[in-house]
Design a protein around this ligand. Structure first.
Ligand code: PMP
Ligand code: GLN
Length: 385
């Protein structure tokens, strides 16, 4: 083993390995059914794969423009305009990113300075806080309480100070499956009016929303559009998490700053994948029915575990189902999730790592982006616990 002989002053002293990596590795080691990390176990559309191969063979294998392939930016602009009735300029207000994670990081990096405050909502997706901290910012945690995980806006208003630089929202929400509704977006719009606060809206699950509820994108609220970075991910929309392809929307002056950081974090993203997605995005059929596709999976899985001792926490969006195991065990979430793998062969994600103080609510997250046969096998086991 090689060791650095000097003193390392960690910039992230409290951060360990991502819980997704930890649980997926443990699930693989034990050959468990992996409902932990969020990724589908079914195939990407063969048409999309053919398109990538087509563009590779045609020689689209060198650097794409820093901002992204023009046709892809145009297609995203058309899609957003059709869906949310607002036009983002493909050249000045849209940028392709290496997945949502990189878009989130570059947006934070270009906005947050030393001692700026950023408000995030716990339980929070794991990349937000470390990204803020790497940029010298201070994370302020607002809480969403189980089982509804709603935002307490008066509490958020009390947290805002002259140092608040950014508020990060995420709807549909990972890990809870909760969603923001019109009243939430109006509250945020009101709260940020006449301030210099920038909003980062992580909307990677925009199409995974159920029971006929609309997705309340910041794109629908003019007072938020003018101060928001909107984050999208093709990994979610096209079942291809391994391609790491996403995009960011922002008003021109924010996008100008975004590109200054983006160009030195990644510069540009995978060329043939961008061309293929541009083609594929041209046909609305390729994403229009995603909500019913995943709603069927959610219902199938919930039905499968309805006779188990797990309590089901309503899921309104994303491909994650939260379950409360307090009728089964009073172990910590990490201990119970570990035992679920080692004794029962089911991988899950404990929710406690999504809180900075590791709150324990006896809740686990299960990913239902899986084939029916996988969900059947998992449900059979879960019903026996
Ligand atoms: N934000 C949220 C809320 C997510 O769940 C994920 C990944 N599942 C990401 C961002 C990152 O997406 P990507 O894989 O495109 O980087
Ligand atoms: N976003 C995926 C999840 O929530 C995993 C992302 C990752 O592994 N970093 O499970």
């Amino acid at each position: 083993m090689i060791k650095f002989p000097g003193i390392i002053k960690s910039k992230l002293p409290r951060t360990g390995t991502s819980i997704f990596a930890v649980m997926s590795q443990l699930a693989n080691e034990h050959k468990a059914i992996n409902l932990s990390q969020g990724f589908p176990d079914f195939d990407v559309s063969p048409k999309l794969i053919e398109l990538i191969s087509h563009y590779m063979k045609k020689g689209y294998n060198q650097y794409a423009p820093m901002t992204g392939v023009p046709l892809l930016r145009e297609r995203i602009s058309e899609k957003i305009e059709k869906t949310y009735k607002i036009r983002y300029d493909p050249d000045k207000e849209i940028n392709i990113t290496a997945g949502a994670t990189q878009g989130i990081y570059a947006a934070i990096a270009c906005m947050v300075r030393d001692d700026d405050e950023v408000i995030i909502f716990e339980p929070a997706y794991d990349s937000y806080a470390p990204a803020v901290q790497l940029c010298g910012g201070i994370v302020k945690y607002a809480r969403m309480e189980p089982p509804d995980y709603n935002i307490n806006w008066p509490e958020v208003a009390r947290m805002v100070t002259h140092r608040t630089r950014m508020i990060i929202i995420n709807s549909p929400h990972n890990p809870t499956g909760s969603i923001l509704r019109e009243k939430d977006l109006l509250a945020l719009q009101h709260l940020t009016k006449k301030t210099d606060i920038v909003v980062l809206s992580d909307e990677v699950y925009e199409h995974l929303i159920y029971d006929g509820e609309p997705h309340e994108s910041v794109c629908k609220y003019p007072g938020l559009v003018e101060r928001s970075f909107v984050i999208g991910s093709f990994g979610k929309t096209f079942h291809a998490t391994g391609w790491k392809m996403g995009y960011v929307l922002a008003p021109e002056n924010l996008m100008k700053e975004f590109r200054k950081s983006h160009q030195f974090i990644v510069f540009t993203c995978n060329t043939p994948v961008q061309h293929a997605i541009a083609d594929y995005l041209g046909d609305e059929k390729n994403y229009r029915d995603l909500h019913s596709f995943y709603q069927k999976k959610r219902d199938y899985f919930v039905d499968g575990i309805s006779s188990s001792r797990f309590k089901i926490i309503p899921c309104h969006g994303t491909y994650f189902q939260l379950v409360d195991y307090s009728r089964i065990s009073d172990e910590s979430e990490m201990d119970f999730a570990t035992r679920l793998i080692t004794e029962y062969g089911i991988g899950s994600i404990p929710v406690s790592p999504f809180y900075h103080q590791r709150d324990e609510n006896r809740v686990l997250r299960l990913c239902f982006a899986k084939k029916e046969e996988t969900l059947d096998k998992a449900a059979n086991i879960l019903c026996k616990i």
